[in-house]
Design a binder for this molecule. Structure first.
Ligand SMILES: NC(=O)c1ccc[n+]([C@@H]2O[C@H](COP(=O)([O-])OP(=O)(O)OC[C@H]3O[C@@H](n4cnc5c(N)ncnc54)[C@H](OP(=O)(O)O)[C@@H]3O)[C@@H](O)[C@H]2O)c1
Length: 297
């Protein structure tokens, strides 16, 4: 490891965000990245957290999480260990010089104000996954008020498993699909989250941007608003897939974990504090589909 370079630790390196960060890391030669998978950095183990965070990293991006939303309903202990308790340990063991950037979820709001959700809106997390993510935020910010928490939504990538890849698979083999049309929110390309985090890191220390160092909760998703059925239609339109999308409801779909009907988040705060440009979800979907084509060749 070079002594002059700023050091960034990334947990959950095998996940969508972890892999996107690894993919873009080459564009940031002034940083040394240390990507850790679950084996090298187990968030369910206090000992592992203590051990890994004993290194004086400059930044720690916590991209690891228990993300199986429905499975969490019957696996509460693990979900809370990884998404909640781990953040208490991270806050406890991370060195004071390490700036912690943690990823959370739109699910913590579970509000329907019929306008973009603000970071200052009340949280009404419902279900195990959502409550574990909210507890994680609170544990971390209690110990480390200087940490950054990024709430994001509907994440997809050319890496890993997600709605976009599932739709592409199903669309090739089925003539018709029924997709939930009463949940509104904004899809987010994990590459855009990765780039935004790096932008935040790079600009964090610039005094013209920030008179005081920024901390606390920030919403980030792509721009715009859609529902899952229209998202699926956009995927098929992009790829010229003729599968018909019928519409169903959250109630009829009856997933084990509760889903918020409204997830559109305001991004004014992150745009104002970090001067970032946010691409529209349709534009980012197109970029991801191109990336998927490229990665196949
Ligand atoms: N996906 C979404 O739609 C969505 C929406 C809103 C917010 N978020 C949040 O965004 C962040 C990134 O999500 P993502 O979509 O990139 O998730 P992901 O693809 O499911 O990746 C999760 C990562 O966490 C790792 N992990 C699981 N348990 C672990 C443990 N005990 N110790 C260490 N690592 C562990 C996984 O490792 P393995 O590969 O070994 O399982 C994987 O690398 C998460 O905080 C998530 O809650 C996601």
């Amino acid at each position: 490891m070079s002594k002059n370079k700023l050091r960034i630790l990334v947990s959950g390196s095998t996940g969508q965000l972890g892999q996107e960060l690894r993919y873009i890391a080459r564009q940031y030669p002034s940083f040394t990245f240390d990507f850790k998978n679950r084996k090298g950095f187990d968030l369910s183990s206090e000992r592992s957290i203590n051990q890994v965070l004993s290194t004086p990293y400059d930044y720690f991006i916590n991209a690891g999480a228990y993300t199986a939303v429905d499975k969490a309903e019957s696996d509460k202990k693990t979900a809370f260990q990884v998404n909640a308790k781990a953040l208490d340990h991270i806050g406890k063991y991370a060195q004071a010089r390490t700036k912690i950037i943690h990823i959370s979820s739109d699910y913590v709001y579970h509000n329907d104000p019929n306008r973009p959700l603000l970071e200052s809106d009340p949280t009404k997390a419902k279900g195990v996954y959502a409550r574990s993510k909210l507890d994680g935020e609170n544990y971390l910010l209690k110990r480390r008020p200087d940490a950054l928490v990024i709430r994001t939504s509907w994440v997809y990538s050319s890496f890993g498993n997600n709605f976009v890849k599932t739709m592409l698979k199903l669309g090739q083999s089925r003539d018709e699909l029924n997709i939930v049309a009463d949940q509104y929110g904004t899809p987010t390309y994990a590459r855009d989250i990765a780039e935004t985090i790096m932008h935040m890191i790079i600009n964090m220390g610039i005094s013209t941007y920030t008179k005081s160092p920024k901390s606390g909760v920030y919403n980030f998703s792509n721009a715009g608003l859609t529902n899952w059925a229209d998202f699926a239609r956009a995927i098929f339109k992009n790829k010229g897939i003729s599968c018909h999308i019928g519409e169903t409801t959250t109630k009829a779909y009856n997933a084990p974990a509760p889903r918020p009907l409204w997830s559109m988040m305001s991004k004014e705060k992150i745009q104002r504090d970090f001067h970032i440009k946010i691409p529209n979800w349709k534009q980012s979907l197109h970029s991801c589909l191109l990336e998927l084509d490229r990665s196949k060749t």
